[in-house]
Design a binder for this molecule. Structure first.
Ligand SMILES: Cc1cc2nc3c(=O)[nH]c(=O)nc-3n(C[C@H](O)[C@H](O)[C@H](O)COP(=O)(O)OP(=O)(O)OC[C@H]3O[C@@H](n4cnc5c(N)ncnc54)[C@H](O)[C@@H]3O)c2cc1C
Length: 409
């Protein structure tokens, strides 16, 4: 880590330096720029980069986009979807209604970054290497690299929004676990003949993908996002995490063979580009959230939900929480960090619920049981919709006790 005490007259390049221009970084950039902050957004990739993702926007993403004033622009391009369809190993399914949509990340992230630029943020393509610190160890900027050139940017606040790859977190001294929580693989398939036939966000539990799930999400323009995600992808061995011997491509092929709509999609459609895999960091685990002068936002802070792997909405939500804390306590480092950390902690019960729901990824028969019961119980369907919309408290829904009640009440 770098230790560079600036002279008192070191010029400040921005009020806040945001590293990472994904949903978290761009959301924070937009609201802080709108509040009059001088924002510099830095990303190692150029604007318009792709991000390996399922591209599903669940209700928390809709809420964050609405707060950013970008929901209309996103929905003008996105494929609207009316239900999450849970499919069990028996083939039985349950549709849970919610505000849902699909927009490929290349387009979504470009819209979000443009939203930050429109509000006055500036964008710089550069790689974060390490924080700059004052003599007391407070972060006061970052050392960056642009091709062969190094440069230092000074700012009173740094937001780290670097996603699931832990290198930047490690360089900032905030990484507590370098292995991801899950890994997932996705492909895009152009299949205009299947438009109107696969219409929901299909999440599929099958013994072929265990512990985990497969999905098919309908995107705009006759394209479908299809993929598999494996939870518990990394084993702990003598205190060190290492990847289990899984071949995600093989799991994908097994999923396609086991789920008839996936077989049909792959048979009748055209795969666009390669299947691509990426890690996920979930359950608010794997990082410290702040240190003096710096806050970690988005997936770098583990904001993605385990069980479903949804993380776009929570990445933006964490960014909005950090931005609120900064605006309220701009000059008070401890108060700003305390407010942000408390706001993330307040979300923890919801993450625990998604951790418990992970049982369905381990034991797909549980998904079948819940689907079977849900088909018969409007009250259970309502509760599941409330959980998805985040309008009701999941309570004990996914605990063994809750499950017993669901089955026999
Ligand atoms: C296969 C797969 C499927 C998924 N499906 C869904 C889904 O359907 N719905 C959903 O909500 N979520 C899904 N997720 C999770 C979602 O992709 C993440 O939660 C989300 O991208 C997190 O946003 P973020 O802004 O925190 O990070 P990111 O979107 O990862 O953005 C991080 C940015 O930081 C930049 N960066 C990283 N290191 C540096 C550095 N050193 N210097 C400069 N820049 C750097 C990167 O280039 C990147 O642009 C999926 C994830 C995977 C892997």
């Amino acid at each position: 880590m770098s230790m560079q005490a600036p002279s008192p007259d070191t010029p400040v390049d921005a009020d806040v330096l945001i590293v990472g221009a994904g949903p978290a970084g761009s959301a924070a950039g937009r609201v802080l720029a709108q509040a009059g902050w001088r924002v510099t957004l830095v990303d190692a990739q150029p604007m318009g980069r792709d991000k390996v993702c399922g591209d599903g926007l669940i209700p928390d993403a809709h809420a964050a986009l609405a707060r950013l004033g970008l929901l209309e622009a996103v929905m003008a391009r996105a494929q609207r979807v009316r239900h999450v369809r849970g499919v069990g190993p028996s083939g039985r399914h349950l549709d849970v209604p919610a505000h849902l949509a699909v927009l490929p990340r290349r387009e979504l992230d470009a819209l979000l970054l443009q939203g930050a630029l429109d509000a006055g943020a500036r964008f710089l393509q550069a790689r974060f290497e390490a924080p700059l610190e004052d003599a007391d160890g407070r972060v006061i900027g970052a050392r960056l690299r642009q091709g062969e050139q190094g440069l230092s940017l000074h700012a009173p606040w740094v937001l780290l929004a670097t996603g699931a790859v832990p290198k930047a977190l490690q360089a900032a001294g905030l990484c507590t676990r370098h292995t991801p929580s899950c890994v997932a693989l996705r492909g895009y398939v152009h299949a205009p003949a299947l438009v109107g036939q696969i219409t929901e966000l299909e999440v599929v539990w099958t013994r072929a993908v265990r512990p985990g799930y497969g999905w098919i999400f309908p995107a705009p323009d006759g394209v479908f996002n299809i993929g598999v995600g494996l939870t518990e992808s990394h084993a702990e061995h003598e205190g060190k995490g290492r990847k289990k011997a899984v071949n995600l491509r093989q799991v994908f092929d097994d999923f396609v063979a086991a789920h008839p709509p996936a077989s049909r999609l792959m048979r009748e459609g055209t795969l666009l580009g390669d299947l691509k895999g990426a890690p996920l960091r979930c359950s608010l685990e794997g990082a410290r959230f702040t240190r003096p002068g710096l806050m970690v936002i988005g997936e770098a802070a583990g904001t993605t939900y385990s069980f479903t792997g949804e993380g776009i909405g929570k990445a933006m939500q964490s960014a909005l929480l950090a931005a609120d804390a900064l605006r309220q306590h701009r000059e008070d480092d401890s108060a700003a960090r305390a407010q942000y950390e408390a706001a993330l902690e307040a979300l923890r019960p919801r993450y625990r619920m998604y951790e418990r729901a992970n049982q369905a990824n381990r034991y797909p028969w549980l998904a079948d049981l819940l689907i079977w019961r849900g088909q018969r119980s409007p009250r259970l369907r309502e509760r599941l919709a409330g959980v998805l919309e985040e309008t009701s408290n999941p309570g004990t829904l996914f605990s063994w006790r809750g499950l017993r009640r669901v089955l026999w009440d």
